[in-house]
Unconditional design. Structure first.
Length: 660
C-alpha cells in the first residue's frame, strides 16, 4: 500500500458497521420462507409446504444473495470515502474578461426615428447588457467632439447603471463625433487594467465619412493588439432630422437645408469586420448583444487553461466502481435487481414480524413496493446520496453561483476560490491563511491587493517567493503592487499639501475680511465726526456723505462679488485636485478610486472640525443651496478634462469635422 494512501472523505467509512447490522436484520426478517411460519405450527406446515431440505436450500440462497449485495454496498461506501494516494495539477486561478462600452453622445443621437430617441434607446440597451453581464469587468466611455471616461473598469455594474440617466448630449464640452479618440481611450482602459485581450462594444448611429479611413486604421491596430470591436447600430435607413434642444427647430447645413441623419449599416458592418467582431442593428430582444457575451465567456474559459496550477489529491473512487461493475452485472438476473433496492429500503419497510402480512396487504391495495422503490430512486434525496458537498459546490461553481458554491465546498482551497470569484476577498483570505504553501500565499496576496491592502500584499508576495521561485507572476504582481503603493502615498501627500494650501488661503481670506471690517468701522467713525463738526453745512455734507456711502457700498458689492468669484474658483480647483484619477487596477480589479474618495472625505471632515459652530452652520446652509445634479458634475468633469488635454504638449489632435 502506498505511503500516502488515505481517504478524502473518511466519514463514509462509519457506515460500514451498519452493513453488519443490516445483515443481521435481514437474516432475522427472512429466516422463514413465507409468513405462514408465524401463524401455523411447524408440524402441520411440513404436510402443506415443500420439504424441509428444499426450504433450507432456499434460505441459504436468499442469505447468499443478500450477502452478495451487502458486499457491493460495502465497496460503494469505500468508493464514496475517496481513496487517494497521488496528486495531480489543477488550475487555481481564472482571469476575468473585460468589456469597454463606447456610447455615442453626438448631436445626431437626439434624432427620434427610433422612439423615443436614439439616445434613450441606447441607454435602455446598455441597462439590459449590464444586467445580463454577470462576469468580468466593465467600463464606459462617452464621446462627442472628444472622448471621456464615465466609469473605469469595475465589477459593479449597478454603479454604471446609476450614471446612465445623467448622460445627455448637453454635458459634452465639444460637439462632433471623434470616434477615434474613444477607441484610443478604450484601449488605454484595458491596458492600464492589465488586460492583454478584451472586447470593445460601440453603440453609435454612424461614422463620419471624412474620418472613416483613420478610424479603420485604429480599429486594425486594436485587433492586432488583441482587442476586438463589435458594433450596435441605432437609427433607420430613411433617417431623421436632428432637433435643436429648447428651440423646436432642426440642424441645417451651410445652404440652409435640414440635415437628415441616416444609419449607414454598410460602413458599420465593414468596421466591425475589420475589428474582428460582429455588427448588429439595435433590436427589441437580446439577440444584438447575446453573441458578444457568449464569446466573452468562451474566451474566458480559454484563459483558464493557461493559468497557474496547484496540486490536488486524486479521488480514486472511480477505480473501485470499476471493480463493482462486474458484480453488479450478476444482479441483472430476473428479480435480483429489484430485490436489491428492496433490501436497501428494508429498514423503512419492515417493522415487526407479526405485522409483515398486514403491511404487504396494505401495500398491494395502495401501491406496490416496486413502485415505492422506483419513486425513491428517482427522487432528489436519492440522487444527493451519490454527490459530495464538494461535487454540489462544483456544480454551482460551474453555473457561476459562487456564493452558493462557497457555502457547499468543504475543501478550503475551493471554498477560497469561490469567495474570490464572488468578490468576498476577506473570506477568501481567511481560507488561504490555513495554508502555508507558495500558491496559497500568492492567492492571499492577490486578494489583499484587491482590498487595497498593498503593504500586506507585498509581504505575502515575499513569503511566497521564499517558498518557491517557480511562480513567475509573483515577482511581476509584487512590483506592480509596489507601484500602486507608491502612487497612493504620493497622492496622499499631494492631498495633504493641497489641504494645507487651502487652510492658508482660508486664513488669509479671514484676515482680509477682518481688516475690511476694521476699515469700514473707522470710516463710519470719521463720517460721524464730520457730521458733528459741520452742522452749518449739513445739506452739502449730507450730499457728500450720501456719495461716499454710495461709493463705499459699490466697493463693498464689488469686493463681495470678487470674493464670491474667488471662492468659487477655489472650490472648482479643489474639486479638480481632489477628483479621483484613473489608475491601473490590482491583478483582477480596479478599486483605487474608492480609497481616494474616502481619503478626500476624511480630509474634508478634518477641515470642518476646525471651523467654529457659526461657520459650520453657515457652510451647511450654503451647501444645501447646491442642487444635486449628477449631470452637472459630469459636465464639469468633462470640461476640465478637455481643458487639461488642450494644455498638454503632446495633446491629441482636435476633432475637425461635422458638429453633428
Amino acid at each position: 500500500m502506498p505511503a500516502n494512501f488515505h481517504f478524502l472523505r473518511p466519514e463514509w467509512l462509519w457506515l460500514i458497521p451498519l452493513v453488519g447490522i443490516l445483515l443481521i436484520f435481514i437474516v432475522k426478517n427472512f429466516r422463514y420462507k413465507n409468513h405462514w411460519d408465524s401463524v401455523c405450527d411447524a408440524p402441520l406446515l411440513q404436510y402443506q409446504l415443500i420439504q424441509e431440505q428444499q426450504q433450507n436450500t432456499s434460505k441459504w440462497q436468499w442469505l447468499g444473495t443478500f450477502s452478495f449485495f451487502l458486499l457491493i454496498f460495502s465497496l460503494l461506501l469505500i468508493a464514496m470515502a475517496g481513496p487517494s494516494w497521488e496528486k495531480k495539477e489543477q488550475p487555481i486561478f481564472q482571469q476575468d474578461d473585460a468589456l469597454v462600452i463606447i456610447l455615442d453622445l453626438s448631436l445626431s443621437m437626439n434624432a427620434n426615428d427610433v422612439k423615443p430617441s436614439r439616445l434613450e434607446r441606447a441607454k435602455l440597451k446598455l441597462i439590459d447588457i449590464l444586467k445580463q453581464k454577470k462576469e468580468g469587468q466593465t467600463g464606459l466611455i462617452a464621446f462627442a467632439g472628444d472622448a471621456h471616461t464615465v466609469s473605469p473598469l469595475t465589477i459593479d455594474n449597478k454603479t454604471i447603471i446609476s450614471l446612465l440617466p445623467a448622460l445627455e448630449i448637453s454635458i459634452m464640452p465639444l460637439p462632433g463625433s471623434h470616434m477615434k479618440d474613444a477607441l484610443i481611450g478604450a484601449k488605454d482602459l484595458l491596458m492600464n487594467a492589465g488586460f492583454m485581450q478584451g472586447d470593445i462594444l460601440l453603440i453609435t448611429d454612424g461614422i463620419d465619412s471624412a474620418h472613416q479611413k483613420s478610424i479603420t486604421q485604429q480599429v486594425k491596430q486594436l485587433r492586432q493588439q488583441g482587442y476586438q470591436l463589435s458594433i450596435i447600430g441605432i437609427g433607420s435607413r430613411a433617417g431623421s432630422p436632428i432637433p435643436i434642444s429648447n428651440s423646436g427647430g432642426f440642424i441645417k447645413d451651410k445652404q440652409g437645408k435640414v440635415i437628415l441623419s441616416k444609419l449607414n449599416a454598410g460602413s458599420l458592418k465593414t468596421l466591425a469586420h475589420e475589428g474582428g467582431g460582429q455588427y448588429h442593428k439595435l433590436s427589441l430582444d437580446d439577440s444584438d448583444f447575446q453573441s458578444l457575451l457568449e464569446r466573452n465567456l468562451s474566451n474566458n474559459n480559454n484563459t483558464i487553461e493557461q493559468d497557474n496550477q496547484i496540486q490536488q489529491w486524486v479521488d480514486a473512487g472511480g477505480y473501485v466502481i470499476l471493480l463493482i461493475l462486474p458484480l453488479v452485472l450478476l444482479l441483472f438476473r430476473r428479480g435480483l435487481l429489484s430485490l436489491s433496492f428492496l433490501i436497501l429500503l428494508s429498514p423503512l419497510i419492515y417493522n415487526q414480524p407479526v405485522q409483515a402480512e398486514t403491511q404487504i396487504i396494505e401495500a398491494e391495495e395502495s401501491k406496490t413496493l416496486k413502485q415505492k422503490a422506483y419513486q425513491f430512486i428517482n427522487s432528489d434525496q436519492w440522487n444527493n446520496l451519490w454527490m459530495t458537498e464538494d461535487q454540489r459546490g462544483q456544480k454551482d461553481f460551474n453555473k457561476k453561483n459562487y456564493n452558493q458554491a462557497a457555502e457547499k465546498f468543504n475543501n478550503p482551497q475551493w471554498k477560497a476560490g469561490a469567495h474570490y470569484r464572488a468578490g468576498e476577498f476577506d473570506k477568501a483570505i481567511e481560507q488561504y491563511e490555513q495554508f502555508d504553501d507558495a500558491e496559497s500565499l500568492y492567492n492571499k496576496a492577490n486578494a489583499l491587493a484587491n482590498m487595497q491592502k498593498y503593504e500586506q500584499a507585498i509581504e505575502s508576495y515575499g513569503q511566497a517567493l521564499e517558498k518557491t521561485s517557480d511562480l513567475p507572476d509573483v515577482v511581476k504582481n509584487r512590483d506592480y503592487v509596489k507601484e500602486l503603493l507608491a502612487q497612493q502615498k504620493q497622492q496622499q501627500e499631494q492631498q495633504k499639501s493641497d489641504q494645507s494650501s487651502q487652510d492658508d488661503q482660508q486664513q488669509e481670506n479671514k484676515d482680509q475680511q477682518e481688516s475690511d471690517s476694521e476699515n469700514q468701522q473707522q470710516q463710519e467713525s470719521n463720517d460721524e465726526n464730520q457730521q458733528t463738526d459741520s452742522k452749518s453745512n449739513e445739506p452739502e455734507q449730507e450730499d457728500k456723505q450720501d456719495n461716499n456711502a454710495s461709493e463705499q457700498s459699490n466697493q463693498e458689492n464689488n469686493s463681495d462679488q470678487e470674493q464670491s468669484q474667488q471662492d468659487q474658483a477655489e472650490k472648482e480647483f479643489q474639486q479638480d485636485a481632489q477628483e479621483p484619477k484613473e489608475q491601473a487596477s490590482p491583478p483582477s480589479e480596479q478599486e483605487a478610486e474608492e480609497t481616494e474618495s474616502q481619503e478626500g472625505e476624511n480630509s474634508a471632515e478634518d477641515v470642518l472640525s476646525q471651523l467654529s459652530q457659526e461657520e459650520q452652520q453657515s457652510l451647511k446652509q450654503w451647501l444645501q443651496r447646491i442642487p444635486d445634479n449628477p449631470g452637472e458634475l459630469l459636465r464639469v468633469k468633462f470640461r476640465n478634462n478637455s481643458m487639461n488635454k488642450q494644455r498638454q504638449q503632446n495633446a491629441p489632435q482636435q476633432y475637425k469635422g461635422d458638429p453633428w
